[in-house]
Design a protein around this ligand. Structure first.
Ligand code: DX5
Ligand code: ZN
Length: 217
């Protein structure tokens, strides 16, 4: 069954620990943490200290999505803060292979995110090292944007590549995920669905999460 990773970008920042423990109790699989630096993306979110604080309140798998320039400089801080997986953007890394090695050497999982315009082929010579590929289905920077349906093809391509190449990376989808597009995403090969608005802004977060996961509600 597909995993659901609620993104706290859509949570109430004045009571983050409460919001996180609520979705943890409701059965979230992972917690998605969006780090934005105001340079790689036109928005600023929060940094490693917030993750460090939340780590004391949660046992969830921390999926840290770095939308920042020069990620190598900050990887050690996010590892120390308690990340279980660090995802960097292919577009932000001059030496992507080195960055992946840096994350793996810290003993945690490594993933690479692809902006909508970036083809999966940029990963050809590093894909065997990756635990996860994140397909951006919006231009990164903000929650609450509309899902880009053209990305279904990219997910399909990655899924075929994985099957024919005997590879094991997970495919994560981020941006505009809802209960309405979740089933098609699962069919084309998504393993982890990030959802911010669709969960945190829902009147019934429990039912929203179960509907995205595809459970009968
Ligand atoms: C966008 C972030 C997403 C965002 C998703 O740049 O990477 O993780 O929080 O939010 P929704 O689900 O509202 O599109
Ligand atoms: Zn994200």
């Amino acid at each position: 069954m597909v995993k659901v990773a609620p993104s706290i970008l859509a949570a109430d920042f004045s009571k983050l620990a409460e919001d996180v423990s609520e979705i943890e109790k409701l059965g979230a699989d992972w917690l998605h943490l969006d780090i934005m630096d105001g340079h790689f993306v036109p928005n600023i979110s929060f940094g490693a200290d917030v993750i460090k604080s939340l780590r004391r309140h949660s046992n969830l798998f921390f999926d840290v999505h770095l939308m920042i320039e020069n990620p190598d400089q900050y990887v050690p801080d996010f590892v120390a803060a308690g990340a279980d997986l660090i995802v960097v953007h292919a577009e932000a890394c001059k030496h992507l292979d080195r960055t992946i090695e840096l994350i793996k050497a810290a003993g945690i999982q490594a993933g690479v995110a692809l902006n909508p315009h970036t083809p999966p082929e940029v990963l050809e010579f590093v894909i065997h090292k990756l635990d996860l590929v994140l397909v951006m289905t919006v231009n990164p920077g903000f929650g609450g944007q509309t899902f880009n349906a053209v990305m279904m093809e990219k997910i399909k391509d990655l899924n075929e590549w994985r099957a024919y190449g005997g590879l094991e990376f997970l495919i994560e989808v981020d941006g505009g995920v809802t209960a309405e597009n979740a089933r098609e995403l699962e069919v084309v090969g998504a393993d982890v669905l990030v959802a911010g608005t669709a969960i945190f802004k829902a009147a019934d977060r429990s039912s929203a999460m179960r509907r995205i996961r595809g459970e009968d509600v």
